[in-house]
Design a protein around this ligand. Sequence first.
Ligand code: DGT
Length: 228
Amino acid sequence: MSKVTSMTNAVRAVNKRPFRVSIEGNIGSGKSTCIKYFDKYHNVEKHAEPIQEWRNVSGHNLLGLLYSDMNEWSFAFQHYVHLSRLKIQTSPPSNPDITVKMFERSVQNSRHCFVENAKKQNFLQDSEYEVLAKWFDYTEKTLDISLDLIVYLRTTPQVVWERMMKRGRAEESEVPLDYLQQVHDSYENWLNSPDVGCEVLTIDADRSIDCVKDDLERYSYKILGGNH
Ligand code: DGT
C-alpha cells in the first residue's frame, strides 16, 4: 500500500466517512452510465454531475454561457463548479447504511484538469487563475475533500467527439474536436502525476458499453473499497 493510500485510509477511519470514488473521464466517456451501473447497491450513494443546476443559476445558463465564450465565462463557470462539487463531495451521507459515495468528477478534477486547461488556453487571466487556485488550496487545507479511488474512463478524443455530436446536447453543438483533445491531455497530465493523491483505476472506455460494464463488474470489489 502506498504512503498516500495509507494516509487517506487513516483520515477516513478517524472521520468515519464513506469510501469516496470519483468517476472521471472526458466529455461523452460514459460516466453517467457507469454510475447508473451501481444502482443495484443500496450502500452506495450516487451523484451525477449537476448539469441542470449549472443551466439555471438563478435564471442564468452558465453552461451555455461558457460555450458561447470561454474567455468571458471560464472564471464564473469554474467558480460555480467548485462550489457545486464541494457540496457533493463533503455532504454527509443521506442515511446510516451508506458506506460508499460515488460521484461524477470531483473538486480535484475542476482544479487540476479544467482550470489547468483554461489557463493553458488563455481562457483565464493569470489573476483569475490565482483566485481559483487559492480557493482550492484553502478548501483542501480546511476540509476533508480526499478521494479514495478514481475510476478513469479513458477514451480517444475522436471517439468521444463523435459520441458528443450524436448525443446533441444544445450547449455542446459547436464544441470542436480540438477542445476534447485539450481536455484529454489535461486528464492525462493530472492522472499520471505522482501528486494525484489516490489510486487510479483506468478502464478503456472506447469499447462498447457492455465491455465497460464487464470491467465494472470485474473490479466492483475494488471500486466499492471492499464495501460489497
Ligand atoms: P458522460 O456520461 O461521460 O457522457 O458525461 P456527461 O454527459 O454526464 O457529462 P459531461 O462530461 O459531458 O459534462 C457535462 C458538461 O459540463 C460538458 O459539456 C463538460 C462540462 N464540464 C463539466 N465540468 C467542467 C469543468 O470543470 N469545466 C468546464 N469547462 N467544463 C466542464
